[in-house]
Structures are given as C-alpha cells and as structure tokens.
Ligand binder design. Structure first.
Ligand SMILES: [Zn+2]
Ligand SMILES: [Zn+2]
Length: 280
C-alpha cells in the first residue's frame, strides 16, 4: 500500500494550468492511494519578472506593468470554489480520503494574511514552503528565476538560511516542503554536489526537529537518500510523502521508490494508513 499524497495542486492553484481536482482524485483511486491533500498555493510575495524570465501566456492577467517593470501579483485562492469542489469530490470518491490543505509560501513574512487565510480555510494539511533565496527586505524572485542570474551554490545557501528563519519565526504549520527546491532549477552545466551543503541542510533539519514538525519527501525530483538519513540523525520524527503534482497524471509519482528510501533510513508507516510515516 502506498502512503498518502500530502501535497497536490488542482485548478485552484494559480500556477496549475492543467490542474483538475476531479481527475486527480480519479488517478489517486486508480493508484490505490489511501488519501490525498489538495494543498493550493498561498503566495503573498509580489515579484518583478525580467525580460529573461519566461512565463506562460496565461499568467499575463496577473502581470501589471508599473514604471516599465513587469510586476507579478499571484492571485488569492478562490476559497468558496475550492471548498465546494472538494465537497463534490468527497461525495464522488468515498473510497479516497480527501483532505483540504494549503501551501503557504514565506508564511513568516506574512503573519496577518496567513492567519486570516487559515481561519477562513479551516485546512487539514498546512504546508510551509520557501520558494525564494531573496531576503524579506529585498526584491522578491522565485528561485527558478534567480538561480539563473546568480551563483547557484550561494542561492541554495541563502535558501537554507532563510528556511531556518521560517521555522524559527513561524509555528502555524505541520510540514516543511521541498528542502531541495533549488535543485529543480540547478544549472545544467554545473554538477550538483549535495555534500557541499550538508552542514546547512542539517541546520534546517535540526531546527525542524526541535520545532516538532514533519519533513516532506517531495518526489518532483527524488529526494537524496542522504537527506532522509540526516533527518533521522537530527532527531526527525515524521516523514510526509508528496508528489507536488500540478496535473492529474503526476499524483503519487515516484512513491514506490520513495518509501523504500524512507524505510532504509529508519522510517515506517504510522499507526494507520492515513498517518505520516514515523521513525522506527
Ligand atoms: Zn512549493
Ligand atoms: Zn506545491
């Protein structure tokens, strides 16, 4: 039996152009997943897109030209539509446990907006994410854009340092997502050497364990087994599996391999099928 997919996006995430809650549920049933959580994006940071940043034409409606600069303001979640669609899916797929959720980006910078959204949403899975190496008082750039402009290793170090601040300054979440997010955008001409970042990654994991949170095993790119082992060594108790699917076909991707890695690192399924995995 595969574990729950605790991080999936539907058409209610502004960047999931091929998202479909209904078809994602169909696919999850086909795979035999016990449960999935629709954790839509809550992005409060406003960024400037430069001429080199490619973006899909559908995003144009979120871009405003101010003083000749392209300013991207991610839209808020349509909470009413989201919760209605979720209810319809629950009726339609009784064999699948369907959780509500949210992926909060840089929640420690936006305590008021975040608290308000959580109050209105009543979400069951609350994920904390970092998508940038920018500091709070700097112009915001998603790491997919900034990593091409700067030095990749420096960007990852800045990302990890900010992740520690996120954990220490914000407590309203359950799971820290994709600690390897920058690796998705690593430059092709530069080999990624995980060992170089071991100290900084361990600092994040130590802070996360101290805060009694769960680490996400994101399968968009398979998480390096060494990171899962470090998580256990640093005192980590729980692991959450996540496809981070933005389209129905991607739900549960890579889970067979991921559970093997987690098992080898000393984690096992929790008390029931719907739980996070726990340390042996
Ligand atoms: Zn994310
Ligand atoms: Zn996501």
């Amino acid at each position: 039996m595969l574990p729950p997919d605790n991080h999936v996006h539907s058409e209610y995430s502004w960047d999931a152009l091929a998202g479909s809650m209904k078809r994602t549920c169909e696919r999850a049933v086909e795979l035999g997943l016990p449960s999935i959580a629709f954790t839509e994006h809550a992005d409060f940071s406003i960024s400037e897109l430069t001429a080199e940043d490619w973006f899909p034409p559908e995003w144009q409606r979120y871009v405003e030209v101010v003083d000749g600069r392209n300013i991207l303001t991610p839209p808020a979640i349509d909470l009413t539509g989201y919760l209605e669609t979720l209810e319809r899916c629950r009726d339609r797929f009784p064999q699948l446990r369907i959780l509500s959720g949210v992926e909060l980006s840089e929640a420690h910078w936006f305590p008021d907006q975040t608290a308000d959204l959580l109050k209105r949403g009543g979400f069951q899975r609350i994920l904390a994410s970092l998508h940038t190496a920018s500091k709070r008082d700097e112009p915001y750039a998603d790491i997919s854009a900034s990593i091409k402009r700067g030095d990749a290793a420096t960007e990852y170090q800045r990302y990890l340092a900010e992740a520690v601040r996120l954990i220490e300054e914000y407590d309203g979440f359950e799971v820290l997502t994709h600690i390897d997010y920058p690796v998705r955008y690593w430059p092709d001409d530069e080999p990624f050497d995980l060992a170089r970042f071991e100290d900084e990654i361990r600092l994040v994991l130590r802070a996360l364990a101290r805060a009694d949170k769960v680490m996400e095993f994101n399968t968009r790119i398979p998480l390096d087994p060494r990171v899962v082992a470090w998580w256990r060594q640093e005192g980590g108790k729980g692991v959450s599996f996540a496809s981070d699917a933005h389209k129905p076909e991607a739900v549960g991707n890579g889970f067979k391999e991921a559970v093997e890695v987690a098992r080898a690192a000393g984690f096992r399924p929790g008390a029931d099928l719907f739980d996070f995995w726990v340390r042996d």
